[in-house]
Every structure is written in C-alpha cells, then in structure tokens.
Design a protein around this ligand. Sequence first.
Ligand code: FAD
Length: 288
Amino acid sequence: MKIIDLLNQTTDPIFSFEFFPPKDEEGMKNLYQTIRDLKKLEPSYLSVTYGAGGSTRDKTLELVGKIKKEIGLEPMSHLTCVGSSIQYIREILKKIEGDNIQNILALRGDPPKDEENFVKHAEGFGYAYELVREIKQNFDFCIGVAGYPEKHPESRSFEEDIEHLKLKVDSGADFIVTQLFFNNDAFFEFLERAEKAGIHVPIIPGIMPITNFSQIKRFTEMCGAHLPEKIVNDLEKIKDNSGEVQKYGTDYAIQQCKELLDNGVKGIHFYTLNKSKATMEIFKDYIT
Ligand code: FAD
C-alpha cells in the first residue's frame, strides 16, 4: 500500500520505524528479532536506509523485500543519488518496482565515510528534487522526501532550505519525513514556514530516543541537529550509567511524542537504530 493513501484514509496518527541494513548475518538475525518485537505495535510501515555512497544497496533491497513478503508489513526503501548514474538509478528503481515495493524515500544522500562533501556523479543527479522528478515521471511510487526542522547543514538560511523543500514537493513528493530533533518548537516553526511556503503535503516528525550519550553527540554533530544544553548537562551527570541514560532518553522521547500528538501531527517516524526496547517502552506506557 502507498503510504500517502494510508495518510489520506486515516485521521489517526501513523507510526513508522526506521532500520539500517546490518553488516553481518548476526546483525541481520538480531534485526529480524527487533522487527518481530516491533510488529506487535502494528506499525504503518518500516523504512530501510540506503548506506552512504550506496554501500548497502543489495542489503537494503533484500531487507525491504523480506519485510514485504516474509514479515507482511509495508516497507519504504530509501534511495540516494550518491555515486550513481541516472541509468543505474533507473535500474534500481525497476528492481524495487519488480519486488512490488510501493514507497521510496528519495534522497540526495550523504557522502561516503572518507569524503567530506557530496560530489555529483558525472551522469547523475545533484539534488534530491531531480531524483523525485525522475521517479514521478517514469514510475508509480509513493515518494517521501527529507525535511529539516533546524535546516539542512549546507543551507545558508531557513528560507533557502524551505524553498528547496518546496522544489521537492513541486517535483512530485507525496510526504515529508523530518530529520531527528529534540526541540519541538523548532518543528512547529518548521511547519509554519512550510505552510507559508505553500507546502501542503503531510509532514511526519522523526524522533530518535536517546540510548547512549556519546552516540547521540556524534549523530547530532553529523546530521546538524541541535542537542539542547539541558539534555547535554543532564546526560553528563549520568553518562556512565547506561540504564539511567536509556530511561532519560525514553522519558524525553515520550514527552516529545505526547506534545507532538497533542498538536495534531499526522504520525511519528522512529529512528530505532535497529533496537526495539526504547520504542516499545514509548508505546507501552503512553501512545497505545
Ligand atoms: P536535498 O534535498 O537535495 O538537499 C541537499 C542540500 O542541497 C540542502 O542544503 C538543500 O537546501 C540544497 N539544495 C536542494 N536543492 C537545491 C537547488 N536546486 N539549488 C541549490 N541548493 C539546493 N542519507 C543516506 O545516505 N541514506 C539514507 O538512507 C538516509 N535516510 C534519511 C532519512 C531521513 C528521514 C532524513 C531526514 C535524512 C536521511 N539521510 C540519508 C540523510 C540525507 O541524505 C542527508 O541529509 C543529505 O545531506 C541531504 O539529502 P536530501 O535528500 O535532503 O538532499
């Protein structure tokens, strides 16, 4: 099923979980267990990332195929432009279409680990909107794109960033999933800017429950999300006690989700990091 049809059909918020393809068999086995745990929560869809530089292409496609055929849940495959010619991207899209996957998160992508900046393939796309346009013109997928409540790190201003988001929507994007954030006000201001810019597709906030202090510091630095000073100070005091850090992260995410839901968001996308515990906790006590 297309995610946009689901969003249009229901007035209830939808919940989705994001995973990354594990490096080895052991990781894959653990991930299947995580997915089995989270299936009980009846997520609307599961999304699978596309490793930097297309490094996980085969595993991403394998995983979305299994989610659809074997696990019986709706998948969304991420797809990036990094290191790929247009011809190659078309081949991947045909493969995804052949596996009856109906949802794609169309991204420019981050550069591979050893490269600092994104470099456009000589015969590829330089921006996500070009990938969106390609998909819209030649395929029949539901298309999600990325949005940045605190703006994309490469953007010079919020205004410029929202113009570029509008370009993705005008090129055919059906909905937006946001980068992780910890300050709900930043998300609400982002919604206002989007509305003013004429963006009327559903915008789903992305939430990452904190489970590890050094990991979240690294992630937020990498993706340009702001880790509020209060969180940093609170975590500094408990960083060596993983149980306390996880409880703090879960409680924080619960408060964030409650406020977002109270303000009528159309859904929440959880960055699970392939673990079920934090997400299960959030659902157990507050959402269901
Ligand atoms: P774009 O929308 O193309 O934007 C990139 C930059 O270019 C922005 O600064 C934008 O303002 C600017 N820009 C856009 N259009 C123009 C234009 N016409 N002229 C000038 N400047 C322009 N990365 C992965 O590698 N794999 C994943 O699976 C993955 N999943 C993600 C999932 C979500 C929900 C999110 C929020 C991000 C994900 N990312 C992933 C990270 C993403 O690839 C990076 O943030 C990347 O740097 C930008 O991708 P984008 O699709 O937003 O690019």
